[in-house]
Design a protein around this ligand. Structure first.
Ligand code: 1CP
Length: 355
């Protein structure tokens, strides 16, 4: 294994001693940065940006160049590359978010769905991982990622983002066999996808279950968590047991104990969850990552400093906390406000890591 110069994030994932609380920010590369908007314009579309390894490397590195206090890099790509590789035809309409030309809205479409040739169809992602690793020169670890089988299925069935989930829930409650088929295909594809990202150089992998919180209590474990568990155990069986794995169910705070028994090394926690009680519930089984409300970054450095301290106080003394937002940074964040967050984490957290 190569040695990473700043290994504070890796150590924290294993709940080992560190001098301070590590931090990275979900969607740290993105539209709130003027340098991102410039590269995005040069590249053309968002997908062009993802598919060109030089552009993907450039935008991954942008937040690290601007903010020396970041303790991890995350691959610049998207969770929707997977359904795109399955032939669903991903496209972005300006200002409207992602859409699919061929969503899975009838039995025939679902039955035709198959595991794609991941190595070939998604080779641009693995080439980006290799190129980013070279650019990083081992400064900080690189996070690879995927959507969860359930979250990917919501986009595949609904055909677009941010919906009421009625199409997929109708299918779930009336044709569970079709949903289970989609979830099984997604699980095998994601396992392969993450394995290839690790082979290309990803040091950590994270599964984004952004819409797991839309599931009813009775359906969360059976339709989201259990499939994430299968991915984790399959990766372990394939020999990737030493690569730390993070799962994050947005809106999933009430299922934290079940998540702690999933085999993941760390759990993402959103801002509706109280970090102190969550820490007691996971009982040293996993690290916790989160959980500042991203909207606080729309305020001012003084309010941000107080809110960051509150999150660090909520977790308290000892190891196993990775500071992050409770969801992605918004495009309206003034970049200097993120600087205030990062400085406060670094300076204030040291007291929680002393003997
Ligand atoms: O420039 C643009 O117009 C594109 C905006 C954008 C960006 C910057 C999209 C479209 N995706 C991304 C990058 C991205 N997406 C990253 C890498 C950047 C980084 O973290 O630094 C990652 C990890 C993602 C993951 C992702 N994409 C998730 C999971 C995390 C989360 O936020 O919940 C989800 C749900 C998506 C889908 C998606 N892609 C893009 C958008 C706008 C969306 C959300 C669509 C919706 O409303 O449902």
């Amino acid at each position: 294994m190569t040695s990473i110069i700043n290994d504070v994030f890796l150590k924290t994932l294993l709940r080992e001693r560190t001098p301070y609380t590590p931090v990275w920010i979900m969607r740290q590369a993105g539209r709130y940065l003027p340098e991102y908007r410039k590269t995005r314009k040069q590249a053309g579309s968002f997908l062009d940006l993802c598919k060109n390894k030089d552009f993907a490397t450039e935008v991954t590195m942008q937040p690290l160049e601007r903010y020396p206090n970041l303790d991890a890099a995350i691959l610049f790509s998207d969770i929707l590359t997977v359904p795109d590789a399955m032939g669903l035809g991903l496209y972005f309409e300006e200002g409207e978010g992602p859409k699919f030309k061929n969503p899975l809205q009838d039995e025939k479409a679902v039955q035709k769905l198959d595991i794609p040739d991941v190595e070939e169809k998604l080779s641009y992602v693995f080439n980006a991982v290799k190129s980013i690793k070279e650019a990083l020169k081992n400064r900080v670890p690189l996070i690879g990622f995927s959507g969860s089988p359930w979250t990917l299925a919501t986009y595949m069935v609904e055909g677009k983002g941010r919906t009421d989930f009625l199409k997929i829930k109708q299918m779930l409650y009336s044709r569970p066999d079709l949903i289970n088929h989609i979830l099984k295909i997604n699980t095998e594809t994601v396992t392969k996808y993450l394995a290839c990202q690790i082979d290309a150089g990803a040091d950590v992998v994270m599964i984004f279950d952004s819409w797991g919180g839309a599931l009813a209590h009775s359906e969360y474990e059976s339709h989201s968590l259990n499939y994430m568990k299968v991915i984790i155990s399959n990766l372990n069986l394939l020999g990737y047991q030493d690569v730390p794995k993070i799962i994050f169910t947005k809106g999933g705070g009430q299922w934290i104990e079940a998540q702690a028994n999933s085999g993941a090394d760390a759990l993402g926690v959103d801002w509706q969850t109280d970090l102190g009680p969550a820490r007691k519930l996971v009982n040293n089984k996993v690290a916790l990552q989160g959980n500042l409300d991203p909207a606080i970054l729309l305020s001012n450095p003084k309010s941000i400093e107080a809110a960051v301290k509150r999150v660090l106080d909520d977790y308290g003394y000892g190891e196993g906390h990775i500071f992050n937002l409770g969801h992605g940074i918004t495009q309206f964040t003034p970049p200097e406000n993120l600087q205030a967050l990062l400085e406060t984490v670094r300076n204030y957290s040291a007291k929680y890591h002393q003997e």
